[in-house]
Design a protein around this ligand. Sequence first.
Ligand code: PLP
Ligand code: ZN
Length: 433
Amino acid sequence: MTIQLQCARCAAVYATHQVRYVCDCGGLLDVSHDLEALRPELNRHLFDGRLEGAPTPDVAPTINSGVWRYRELILPVMADAIVSRPEGNTPLYHHPRISGWVGLDALYLKHEGENPTGSFKDRGMTVGVTQARLLGAQAVACASTGNTSAALAAYAALAGIPAIVFIPAGKIATGKLAQALAYGARTLQVAGDFDAAMQLVRRVCDELNVYLLNSLNPFRLEGQKSIVFEIVQGFRWRPPDWIVLPAGNLGNTAAFGKALYELKHLGLIESVPRVAAVQAAGANPFYQSFQGGFRERVTLQAETVATAIRIGAPVSYERAIRTMGWTDGLVTQVSDAEIMDAKAMVDGVGIGCEPASAAAVAGTRKLVAEGTIHPDQTVVAVLTGSLLKDPTATFAYHTGEWPDAAYANRPFSVEAELGAVQSMIEEIIESSQ
Ligand SMILES: *Cc1c(COP(=O)(O)O)cnc(C)c1O
Ligand SMILES: [Zn+2]
């Protein structure tokens, strides 16, 4: 095996066939690849070649999947061990109305909501559940604000392994909870917030032969690196100037930095894009730490409409700081009102995303307005989840329950009578001209 687990804090190494999530020193672990050994083997041609030819059901997921296409840089395993839907291969949208609203010409939206269960979490889960099966886990578990549990439930069902999800009671979007139940996960509603559920699940997994698939799990982050691999390959290996993403537990922020570091060290890219992590103002511990030069690790009680990033004590804090260093990255914050208006823009052109995802667009707009991102730069904003995940937030915005909704599209009420409907439609056509 060319991979090891390595502590992000003290560099101690462990074998990957052991069940281990943290170092003896308390630091989180990385899957560490032997980049020197890989360098002669890996080149742009190899990955481009795998894109050729239409995907067919009888082709191994190593070709069909936007994760396993990059398997040498993720988890080198035999094809028949892989648990895959397949995932990835998500579109990169460009829409003049959104670009104009944000203040850029070259804004691209990488839509991770178009993964099999509707979020980027599928990319991590295909790797995490594959590893769980290799380790012979009796069950898999996670604590989740929603999308992780939906992805875990689906991939565990595919692998035939029982899944247990810990969910903060009443703090999870309807679409996500429905998915966990539908895919057959045993769902524990914990009376407490996400951070409390997280502590409980860690204790339980330490005691039992249950494999923990929260974002502290290093294998999930390996899968999530493929978002960056796909972006870069989509730009023909000439990366954009910026990659902007919403940040909650900071797993993705950590994965993006690691992906870019590895691509650079393998000579697959020449320049490294800057990574901008966007937090909700009511859930901004990483932003506060960044403002203080990372001298202090801030934690807080989080509150935001964007439930996927409602996190006060981010798990991948240290690994995400590394991303800031490797990519000349930065952290910004946006209000819930800015998030929901950005979401209405993305939704309104027919693309659509969940609230947390819109933070990436709102954050980009803010960074352009401040002059941090220049109008002639190329930016990829990552839409992390699907519009369908959180119908409650969308509905509230458009029906007047949301304060200061700039782009609300209120439903009309009308008598069931032809004349009334006709004159209403005439009005609608006139007002949209
Ligand atoms: C998980 C998630 C996030 C946050 O990602 P982290 O890795 O926890 O920072 C953002 N948006 C959506 C839709 C998510 O599911
Ligand atoms: Zn250590």
